[in-house]
Design a protein around this ligand. Structure first.
Ligand code: DX5
Ligand code: ZN
Length: 217
């Protein structure tokens, strides 16, 4: 299994202090910063823009893991690559040319990833699996932080891990130490975490707690 990745999601940060929030994640020992982009159409909310990715790029040296919740992510590949994304994650559910988009991301020297909503079957991503470095399972319906974990995707995570021992398999939504452990036990190695990392005072302590997960399994 690939290395554990603990990725704070700055959707949970104070929007007035995003630069400091990125620094706080890096200082606390985060592996990547997870940045959520919402277009108000694919999900009923709006969030950041390429300029926020650019800001994060200036703030920290750790990789930027950029999650596009958009109906037309294909139209924004260059904008987010130019802004400094290290991983660009696009959803399988909307209609656009997924394969071409993932190829274009890789051509830009950025890691391509595919994202599945909690009710999306593995079969739907089968044809694009050879094109991605990361598969991200949503364990909430995307759009908002602070929602309850949905366990449905756990079995799919395990099935994918059994088939691809070296693939980065990440999970996003409703994560806390207990739900992270459940996902870890089902083969996930990447954890995108909003509320459970930003609410506690000591983010470094929370991240260290999560790193002990591997030895519990
Ligand atoms: C949800 C976003 C998540 C969000 C997770 O649509 O994709 O990255 O920040 O927040 P929590 O950890 O609070 O569920
Ligand atoms: Zn996300």
């Amino acid at each position: 299994m690939p290395a554990l990745q603990i990725n704070p999601s700055i959707l949970a940060a104070d929007v007035g202090h995003l630069y400091d929030a990125c620094k706080r994640c890096e200082d606390a020992g985060a592996d990547q910063i997870h940045i959520d982009l919402m277009d108000g159409v694919f999900v009923p909310n709006m969030s950041f823009s390429p300029s926020v990715v650019e800001m994060a790029r200036k703030a920290v040296d750790i990789p930027l893991n950029v999650h596009l919740m958009m109906v037309r992510p294909d139209q924004y590949v260059d904008a987010f690559c130019d802004a400094g994304a290290d991983t660009l994650l696009v959803h399988i559910e909307p209609e656009y040319d997924h394969a071409d988009t993932l190829r274009r991301i890789r051509e830009r020297g950025v890691r391509p990833g595919i994202v599945l909503n909690p009710d999306t079957e593995l079969l739907d991503i089968e044809s694009v699996l050879p094109l991605v470095d990361e598969v991200l399972f949503m364990t909430v319906f995307p759009g908002f932080g602070g929602q309850d974990f949905i366990p449905g995707p756990l079995a799919r995570m395990q099935e994918l891990r059994d088939r691809f021992p070296d693939l980065d398999i990440a999970v996003d939504g409703g994560l806390n130490p207990e739900t992270c452990q459940r996902c870890f036990d089902h083969g996930a190695n990447g954890f995108d975490i909003g509320s459970a990392l930003f609410k506690p005072k000591d983010m470094a302590a929370e991240i260290q707690k999560l790193r002990r997960m591997s030895s519990n399994a």
